[in-house]
Design a protein. Structure first.
Length: 152
């Protein structure tokens, strides 16, 4: 099939695909939420993946956020950074979290991606950072109450 380019999605389409895939997850285990988030963020997009972030809300650490931002393919200036498109996955965690560490490294999200990112890529760096983050490692194997996706 020479000459047929793979489709490039816009950020809103990625958002809709992410929302749909997350609704299919049962149980809603955090590591699976992260895996789906990364798989969708790696799809071909008319904009380039600019940044990925993971953070907890101030609500006693019960809400985790995964964020992907996309920039135009041209030069990005400082003023453009305030207006990047993207999506945020708000993961509501149980009130009481018992630490459940994976039984071995193969159970971690960093080893469960369907397609391994190129070494040194933004996604590879993000995955490495998550695997070193004790707060993430504490929640990765628990079942979340919900995962809500917001477009910005």
């Amino acid at each position: 099939m020479d000459g047929i380019a793979s489709p490039e999605f816009d950020v809103k389409t990625l958002f809709e695909r992410l929302r749909g895939r997350l609704m299919e997850l049962h149980p809603l285990v955090v590591t699976d939420v992260v895996r789906v988030f990364l798989e969708i963020s790696l799809l071909p997009c008319e904009k380039r993946l600019w940044s990925l972030a993971f953070a907890f809300d101030e609500d006693e650490g019960r809400v985790a956020h995964l964020e992907a931002r996309f920039a135009s393919r041209g030069v990005v200036t400082d003023k453009d950074l305030d207006h990047l498109q993207g999506y945020d996955v708000e993961v509501l965690l149980p009130k009481f979290i018992m630490a459940i560490a994976p039984t071995n490294e193969d159970d971690a999200v960093v080893h469960r991606a369907e397609s391994e990112p190129l070494p040194g890529s933004l996604v590879a760096k993000f995955v490495d950072a998550l695997s070193d983050l004790g707060a993430y490692r504490t929640i990765e194997m628990i079942e979340a109450h919900s995962a809500t996706v917001y477009l910005f």
